[in-house]
Design a protein around this ligand. Structure first.
Ligand code: PRP
Ligand code: URA
Length: 212
């Protein structure tokens, strides 16, 4: 769905709208929150992989040989710790062969700047489609920094997947990394003075892991 942003693709699906509402609702408990994150992530993975390439091969059914397909796209999923972890299983449901790396970033709540505490990605990410995963795109600092790390390690084809995006974050990522497409389940209004997305869903990590 078009949004006025060059690189932002907003998912337009009734089940995504239903599940984003569940995430927003402060009465949703961590179990239901995680389940909704997983369902939305699966739909995002379907959308992202729409144009992935396939190799044709012959498959033998119990009755005869027919044409079959296998994926030849090397995909590396990179969740940003810790909230990004909640989206991984939904992605793996559609992309079971994907390799998984991790980036540990935490937003310093006073400066709102991201601080790195962990980095581990599989080899050869230069030839892979790298899907960076983080539910919240707020100021865009964490996402932009994570993309910088990935590019430093050689990643050339990067996609960013999030659940809720703020205009401020989209603008920053478009400015810093104009080559990166952003997929999101909701485009929200703005940030508050503490860098939280409005209307948003609160702190995604806390709501996923019940650390409120
Ligand atoms: C959240 C979120 C992003 C970041 C977004 O992580 O998961 O990584 O904030 O904010 P930004 O766009 O302003 O950088 P948080 O720092 O709360 O860490 P957590 O996942 O450990 O809760
Ligand atoms: N991180 C979150 O988890 N939520 C926000 O609204 C902003 C950053």
């Amino acid at each position: 769905m078009t949004t006025g942003f060059k690189n932002f693709i907003l998912l337009d699906h009734p089940m995504v709208k239903r599940d984003v509402t569940l995430l927003r609702d402060k009465a949703t408990n961590p179990e239901a929150f995680r389940a909704a994150v997983k369902r939305i992530s699966t739909i995002i993975a379907v959308e992202i992989s729409r144009n992935f390439s396939l190799t044709r091969f012959n498959v033998e059914t119990p009755l005869e040989i027919t044409e079959g397909y296998k994926t030849n796209q090397d995909v590396v999923l990179v969740p940003v710790l810790r909230a990004g972890l909640g989206m991984v299983s939904g992605f793996l449901a559609i992309l079971p062969e994907a390799r998984v790396g991790h980036i540990g970033l935490q937003r310093d709540e006073s400066t709102l700047l991201p601080v790195e505490y962990y980095y581990k990605t599989p080899g050869n990410i230069d030839v892979a489609t790298v899907v960076l995963i983080d539910p919240m795109l707020a100021t865009g600092g964490s996402c932009s920094e994570a993309i910088k790390f990935l590019k430093k390690r050689g990643a050339k084809n990067i996609i960013f997947a999030c659940l809720v995006a703020a205009p401020e974050g989209i603008r920053k990522v478009e400015r810093d990394h104009s080559d990166v497409k952003i997929f999101g389940a909701a485009l929200d209004r703005e940030l508050n003075s503490r860098g939280y997305i409005l209307p948003g869903l609160g702190d995604a990590g806390d709501r996923t892991f019940g650390t409120l």
